[in-house]
Design a protein around this ligand. Structure first.
Ligand code: PLP
Length: 433
């Protein structure tokens, strides 16, 4: 039996946190609800490792849910942030740094224009508003299992039976909002075509994660993204790729570059801030000119383009732009994790499916192919819970939900890989006993 670590300080902090912070956390997935147990409180981080309040050390496969692609405490980023903090923390007025970040984003991704915001949620909400303002249409299509932040329009699930109308999946989202969001299964072009034909000239945008990372990792089937692109072209629909997770991770130009499919609007977050709160949405000039103050579609932010956040993102992106070997390294390490996990699981009696694209990977404890939300839901969550807690006790910090992808950072080296696979072998052996 693997011994649970001592986490007394985390336990005490969690109890204290619950008194003034709902559920003790500032974002629900941190609460460990889907794996059981209490969240861990962290105090510091270095390279590939995070340290909790009891001084336990973990190899970090969350990396702040993606942003820390260069590892924790990356010296160039830390130094740039420190220097900027001494110079000025915020103006709420234009700075040259914002131009530099916009230029870098456009160079790396090939988009024409970009607006900085403070989170991925804001980026996606604003992109939808822009698409609606540009087309003069109200409805959007999103995909079951894709996450685009907590904006009202996205917290919608498919209606039942023959209804194509969405239903709120959180109290507080109005029925009126839900009627404008249509949902289709991921990787199902026929379902999208049906929605479009049932709602002629009413669809403003199709928004999708190009490689889904919020139902585990689910890559697009061959031709699927190209198919969405073609449908958007045919019906005058704005094609929005939500690259909050994939942007600057799958390639310098994100999924657009990796998959060779261009969107009309793109949303960014996570890596773009290098660990600080930054989001962005951007795209084609023709559409972007409709945003305020150039055009009538309103969008704003007191701290948008904040110099501290911008310098962190800019330093991170410039490093990635100048060191393409980062992408080769994280892809290679993730491939070796896949190979190692596959071998371990094949030698066990446990059902499994591993999905991977580049440095995004996830394990579902089921035998079927995982290609959408329904098939992702067939994973055995009890196995996942055991795997998650077993790995945690071995000093490996994985996302606390079967519906999240692992995020592999550039500081994962040989010893971290060895430790991870050795831990997995022990945990899977215990699970199979
Ligand atoms: N879009 C995708 C694909 C995401 O994965 C996330 C967050 O995980 C978001 C949007 C929302 O980003 P944020 O949490 O920064 O608001």
């Amino acid at each position: 039996m693997l011994q649970p670590q001592e986490r007394k300080n985390s336990e005490q902090l969690f109890e204290r946190a619950g008194k003034h912070i709902p559920g003790g956390v500032n974002s629900p997935v941190r609460a460990f609800k889907s794996v059981g147990g209490n969240p861990i409180f962290f105090s510091r981080a270095e390279g590939a490792y995070v340290f909790d309040e009891d001084d336990n050390r973990y190899i970090d496969f969350i990396n702040s849910w993606g942003p820390m692609i260069l590892g924790h405490g990356f010296p160039e980023v830390v130094e740039a942030v420190q220097m900027q903090a001494a110079r000025a923390m915020s103006f709420g007025a234009p700075t040259e740094l914002e131009i530099q970040l916009a230029e870098t984003i456009c160079e790396m991704t090939g988009i024409d224009m970009v607006r900085l915001v403070n989170s991925g949620t804001e980026a996606c909400m604003s992109a939808i508003r822009l698409a609606r303002g540009y087309t003069g249409r109200d409805k959007i299509i999103k995909f079951e299992g894709c996450y685009h932040g907590h904006g009202d329009s996205f917290l919608i699930k498919a209606g039942s039976g023959a209804s194509t109308l969405g239903v709120p999946n959180s109290p507080g989202v109005t029925k009126g909002t839900a009627t404008d969001t249509l949902t289709a299964p991921f990787n199902d072009l026929a379902a999208v075509e049906k929605l479009i034909s049932e709602n002629p000239d009413q669809i403003a945008a199709i928004i999708t994660e190009p490689v889904a990372g919020n139902m585990g990792c689910v890559p697009p089937a061959e031709g699927y993204m190209e198919g969405l692109r073609a449908l958007c072209d045919k019906h005058g629909i704005v094609f929005i790729m939500d690259e909050v997770m994939t942007g600057f991770r799958l390639a310098p130009g994100g999924a657009q570059e990796r998959l060779g499919v261009e969107a009309d609007l793109v949303c960014y977050g996570k890596v773009i801030g290098g660990g600080m709160p930054v989001g962005a949405f951007g795209g084609k000039r023709e559409i972007f000119q409709h945003i305020a103050p150039t055009g009538p579609v309103y969008q704003a932010g007191t701290l948008s383009g904040n110099p501290l956040a911008v310098i962190s993102g800019l330093t991170t992106l410039r490093y990635l732009q100048n060191h393409p070997e980062v992408y080769a390294h994280i892809d290679h390490m993730t491939e070796r994790i896949e190979d190692g996990m596959r071998e371990i699981l094949e030698n066990s009696k446990l059902p499994f499916t591993i999905n991977r694209l580049g440095s995004m990977i996830s394990i579902h404890f089921c035998e079927n192919e995982v290609m959408d939300y329904t098939t992702a839901s067939e994973g055995n969550n009890n196995y996942f819970k055991q795997f998650f807690h077993g790995m945690l006790n071995e000093g490996i910090y994985l996302p606390p939900s079967a519906y999240e992808t692992w995020f592999v950072g550039n500081t994962i080296g040989e010893s971290e890989l060895e430790h991870t696979l050795y831990a997995a072998e022990r945990v899977i052996e215990e699970m199979s006993a």
